[in-house]
Design a protein around this ligand. Structure first.
Ligand code: PDD
Length: 281
């Protein structure tokens, strides 16, 4: 496996980063995950726009222009052939001379890009759905930034796994916000609802595509806050992300969602999403 680190293409086992890297000591960095379907980075512009925005919000200079980024991705995809994959991009503020919270002079960002396989969902998952648990959202107040600082997300996902579930749905001030690493959709009275974009959640690229495809297909959609109680009234719950697409949640905190099977609107959305992917190949 070849990865890209600070301008060099290296075997994974030979790549290393200083212990004084601000990403390692402070979680001071941002990242992006871009799925690659049929050899092509999917919704590349949208992912790159989000990376540029994350960098600007945390005041890390963007080390490359878009063409340079894309050249790195192309070379890595050539050197790491495979089926569906994802590009993981991480930029930290760089390596310090000594541990100091404030930015020091002359930092240059540490840039990592690596390719990982996307594990397709078990067919049973698409037939039976997944289970999720509801947990308090313990993250900071800038979840719109795709920061590498993921401790609350990690602890929530681990709690979910220990309770036999696949994902945690996070609740803040009585509102359901998103999953630990996914966006949230509900179907209530035949309308697809997802929370509006704000600083409490990551503006998912998959989320936007689901809204776009649903709109084109004439499926009623609404961006509105979701009080946590609504989760129990929903006929369908979905979680979306670049690597897991649209997952139907059929059990929430151990109780059935709707009739306990993936719902009809999920099936339609899943088909629309697969068609869209196939068209881009
Ligand atoms: N996570 N919300 C959070 C908190 C996320 O971490 C993610 C994605 C999403 C979905 O965004 P998108 O549709 O753009 O992938 C929402 C990535 C995949 C990860 O951390 O691996």
């Amino acid at each position: 496996k070849t990865l890209f680190l600070n301008g060099r293409y290296l075997p994974e086992g030979e790549a290393s980063v200083s212990v004084l890297d601000r990403g390692f000591l402070f979680g001071d960095g941002v990242y992006e995950v871009i799925p690659v379907f049929g050899g092509h980075p999917f919704r590349l512009d949208q992912h790159m726009d989000r990376l540029v925005r994350s960098l600007a919000e945390v005041r890390i200079p963007d080390p490359y222009d878009r063409e340079e980024w894309i050249a790195v991705f192309q070379r890595l995809l050539e050197e790491n052939p495979g089926g569906d994959r994802s590009l993981y991009i991480q930029v930290t503020r760089g390596v310090m001379a000594r541990r100091d919270h404030a930015f020091s002079e002359g930092l240059s960002p540490t840039v990592l890009v690596m390719v990982s396989p996307i594990i397709p969902p078990d067919p049973a998952v698409l037939e039976q759905g997944i289970s999720a648990v509801v947990l308090e959202d313990h993250r900071w107040s800038r979840c719109d930034i795709k920061a590498i600082t993921l401790l609350p997300n990690v602890l929530a996902r681990q709690q979910a796994v220990e309770w036999g579930a696949t994902e945690a749905i996070l609740v803040r001030n009585g509102q359901a916000i998103e999953g630990a690493a996914s966006n949230l959709f509900l179907v209530v009275d035949g309308v697809v609802v997802t929370p509006p974009k704000d600083r409490q959640l990551l503006a998912g690229i998959t989320r936007d595509l689901v809204l776009e495809l649903a709109g084109e297909a004439g499926i009623p959609v609404m961006e509105a806050p979701i009080p946590a109680d609504r989760l129990r009234e929903a006929s369908e719950i979905w979680l979306t992300s670049s690597t897991r697409e649209i997952l139907p949640v059929t059990r929430l905190d151990g109780s059935a969602v709707g009739d306990g099977r993936p719902g009809p609107l999920w099936a339609r959305m899943h088909a629309l999403y697969q068609d869209y992917k196939a068209r881009l190949r």
